[in-house]
Design a protein around this ligand. Structure first.
Ligand code: HEM
Ligand SMILES: *[C@@H]1O[C@H](CO)[C@@H](O)[C@H](O)[C@H]1NC(C)=O
Length: 483
């Protein structure tokens, strides 16, 4: 009898619990959707790798079934998914008010509790200003010659190799450049020879299933963080023991801030900032660069037009070998169209996470306080109502786009207050690299270039190209106008 009673109780409470899981409490009307399996939610479906260049199947299926706003559960958290441009815009605008930045625990474990994405209010604004000091337009102007030199040096080296794996090679180029600016890191004569290796597999690890056992991408990430942080802590100690007279790199600059009396900056925030910047700056940009070159090699007409734009720049100079100027950089209209089109298709950040601070009503839906909101850039960028033939690579579609406000339909770099601080830096690096590549070199795709998304963009077998020096007599032929 007792056993039966207890058994019945257990069954009832489990049933109740499962019922609650599937039908979460809400004062209003939750968006439609399924909360998936107890505990697991729909996490496994979300992380299922796919190869189509369209909206992620996970999202697309649910958009068709439930509409543009739906609910789900990912990694144990109830989530409202937004593919609706108006809701996305609203969420961005309400940063710090109705919503704030809040990434899954995996991010916090990897990026640190005090990383910028987790900071709010005054502290966040203060940190953002520090970062803009390094990556804002004024600094970038001065960085152009350095970026051009780095690109030319790499291209020269690649042209002496049979084939070059572009994803890794461009990551190495960008990492060295950024790490030099940030911490005066020099991969050639530094004890920490493999600092970058600690950041490999990061995109996979960040947006992956958070199982911390050897062999998983997540585990690799955590190990990488440990190593990189150890190096940063050592550097901090070193600089404190032997302070430099003049701040030389970004590390010195922020260290000065840290020393100020009454500063709100802490050592932990400082180290997490350095870590995030080292990571955010190279993995994202190198993926975009690799995809750009792959798309160019698949679209010879675009490559031809791009080459013309850059040869024109050389032709208009008094001395073709004088370095690239900021004015020339600003004139690269078609290049910027290519960059926009590349990051639109790349969807390097496949999901932007926020948390509702209070209960929010939107278009007849209720978003309960404390729930996560996941904005979905691919659904916006591949929306056939806004982009004709959305999966096609067509840089010309951006012609005259400045006039029409595209901001609601373009969120590759985020939006609102937390718009990516590295946008201009990424664009400069890509544009300058493309300039050097198409004016001085030719390239051929050799193998690889296949894309898998998990849902982060990946090149599982790399993208191998051959880089060849351009014959200048050929260049002359190219630049004679067609008659
Ligand atoms: C193609 C390259 C890049 C893409 C597609 C990209 C994309 C993004 C996106 C979508 C966000 C917004 C995340 C959110 O709202 O939660 C963001 C934020 C951020 N990005 Fe980038 N990014 C790129 C390059 C860079 C570079 C080169 C840097 C290095 C300076 C950088 C540093 C950051 C930082 C520090 C944040 C956090 C800002 C904040 O929380 O306010 N990014 N990025
Ligand atoms: C790229 O996209 C942004 C955002 O929509 C837009 O403001 C900018 O004008 C675009 N650039 C070009 C060259 O089309």
């Amino acid at each position: 009898m007792w056993v039966l009673c207890i058994g019945a109780l257990v069954v009832i409470s489990i049933t109740h619990w499962v019922y609650r899981w599937r039908n979460p409490k809400c004062n209003g009307k939750l968006p439609p959707g399924s909360m998936g399996w107890p505990l697991l939610g729909e996490t496994l479906q979300f992380f299922t790798p796919y190869t189509s260049s369209d909206i992620p199947p996970f999202i697309k299926k649910r958009m068709e079934r439930y509409g543009p706003i739906f609910r789900t559960n990912l990694v144990g958290r109830p989530v409202i998914v937004s593919t609706d441009p108006d809701l996305n815009y609203f969420v961005f605008q309400q940063e710090g008010n109705l919503f704030h930045s809040s990434y899954p625990d995996t991010f916090t474990e990897i990026f640190g509790r005090q990383n910028v994405g987790n900071l709010h209010g005054v502290l966040y604004k203060y940190l953002k200003n520090i970062v803009l000091h390094l990556f804002g337009p004024e600094s970038l102007k001065n960085m152009i010659p350095e970026i051009e030199q780095a690109a030319l040096r790499r291209l020269q080296q690649w042209s002496s190799e049979d084939t070059t794996e572009l994803k890794d090679a461009s990551a190495s180029m960008i990492f060295d450049l950024t790490a030099k600016k940030l911490i005066s890191y020099d991969s050639k004569n530094c004890l920490e020879k493999n600092l970058r290796e600690n950041f490999v597999a990061f995109i996979q690890g960040l947006i992956s299933f958070p199982v911390d056992i050897p062999g998983t991408a997540y585990h690799k990430c955590l190990q990488g963080r440990k190593n990189a942080m150890r190096m940063l802590v050592n550097l901090l100690q070193e600089r404190r023991e032997k302070p430099r007279k003049q701040p030389i790199d970004f590390f010195d600059h922020v260290l000065e801030e840290l020393k100020k009396e009454g500063t709100i900056l802490t050592e932990e925030i400082f180290l997490d900032l350095m870590f995030v910047l080292l990571f955010a700056s190279f993995e994202t940009t190198s993926l975009a660069m690799t995809l750009a070159i792959k798309l160019l090699s698949d679209h010879p007409l675009v490559l031809k037009k791009l080459t013309e734009e850059h040869e024109m720049i050389l032709n208009q100079r008094e001395n073709a070998d004088s370095g690239l100027t900021w004015k020339e950089y600003k004139s690269m209209t078609f290049t910027f169209q290519i960059i926009n089109e590349t990051v639109r298709l790349a969807n390097i950040v496949p999901a932007v996470f926020r948390k509702a601070i209070r209960e929010v009503q939107f278009k007849g839906h209720t978003i309960p306080a404390g729930w996560a909101v996941m904005l979905c850039p691919p659904a916006v960028h591949l929306n056939p109502q806004k982009y004709d033939d959305p999966v096609a690579f067509n840089p010309w579609r951006w012609e005259g786009m400045e006039l029409r406000s595209a901001s609601k339909h373009f969120m590759a770099f985020g939006g609102g207050m937390r718009f990516c601080v590295g946008t201009d830096f990424a664009k400069v690096q890509m544009a300058v690299f493309l300039h050097c590549l198409v004016t001085k070199y030719r390239f051929e795709a050799v193998r690889g270039g296949n894309i898998v998304r998990t849902p982060g963009l990946q090149f599982p077998d790399g993208f191998h190209i051959q880089v060849l020096e351009k014959d200048t007599s050929i260049r002359k032929q190219h630049t004679t106008p067609d008659t």
